[in-house]
Design a protein. Sequence first.
Lengths: 244, 251
Amino acid sequence: MKELISINGLCYNYDDICALNNITLKVVEGDALAVIGPNGSGKSTLLKIINGIMFANKGAYVYKGKNINERYMSDNSSSRAFHRSIGFVFQNPDVQLFCSSVYEEVAFGPTQMGLEDREVKTTTENYLKLLGVEHLAQRVPYYLSDGEKKKVAIASILAVEPEVLVLDEPMSGLDPKTKTFIKELVVKLNRAGKTIICATHDFEYVKGMFNRAVVLSEQKTIVYDGAYERVIEDEPFMRANNLK
Amino acid sequence: MRTWMLNDNFIEKNILSFLGMFSNLRKENIDRTFMSSINPAVKFVSTLLVILSVSLSKSIYYVAIVSGFLLVSALSLDKRSLKKVAIIIAIAFLFASFIMIPSLFILKVSNAVVMILKITVSVLCVNILIYSTPTNQMTKSLKALFLPDILILIIETALKHIVIVGDMSVNMMYALKKRTIGARKKKEHALWGILGVLFIKSTIMSDNMHDAMRCRGFNGDYKSLPSLKLGEADLVYILFVLIIIFTGMVL
């Protein structure tokens, strides 16, 4: 399997507060990786660094052989190619949905990526259909229910057709039906070849979704990197890390 | 700060009435009528042209013709909107009549009547546009004025933030009210607290939104989708508006 992400000795500080400490992680193509950890363990920060939104204070982040840093991302074409390859679904869909209609929201990515108008239309319609939100196409995104917002946010990211899909707690605040829908969708996407990286707390609904887990501790370091099912069944370890 | 200004009901009432002003932003679905089927950009430009031609005209007959055209247009609105427009027009008419009272003693009566009609017609024209166009399409219609796409995006995100931060402020007011038992001596502390938290939250939200935009390929240049196409109803409406404007030039 081809190595996509390689993180080595990565540290990140918010002023004087350490958010990530000496993180080393590798992600290969087709991985379905769960990032688990108690609140404040640095999951969201790690996902933002993986998405090139934030940059490490120390250590290296290499994506497909390219060193991802401020200099690399300041170049428009490199930044565009990187963001096309890796998509990020934010925890709060309200920050992700900013267009005046659901249709435009999903079309935003393909339009910015410079696709032809006809291609933008086909892609947008396909992803609205895939997420079952085609009937919401003309609605204003920020007036939708939380479940609908999340589906639109996922559709808007998938419309860019990234190889890696990063999700930050995609199940939070959703009803059981939407959680099941998202779980099944992520499993399907992974089977179709997409690499999944997902921060989660919702162990009940993500069964069968991941093949690997990384556990972050309150000390902001990785304390486990291995099979997902094994760590979930290890009750003493989960309790010791405030996960159960 | 004056004590009445720190009264919970006063603050709540003000926040709610401020949000009430923006309640039209929530207007997403409009009943299918002739006016709502017209391209928003066509309606927007027509509204500006009609107001301009009415303002420049000195003929009472022309203002009467435009009033007739607008009344017919207004009749194609749905019942609820029509009722609201009728109330607004009545208020505009009464207000215009009231402020024109002194001019009756200085100017000719006909001039005052033209002025009152002009004000009422302009208000009617704007309200037909507002009540027949969803907010999201209204912002898109600004493209007809050759406004840059990025400016339209800024207006849209500003409207979004007004709605979201407005909802947040109401919820925080309710939370504060629920936790308040008995009289509070330093009410201003809680109020400043809410304002501070709202400021921080909105800053974080806008930063996150910028990150989300970057993640989808945004690098400062915004390319919006092509504008809506013109249909038969648009052409009929454009024809009527052109006749109206041409009449204004003749009279």
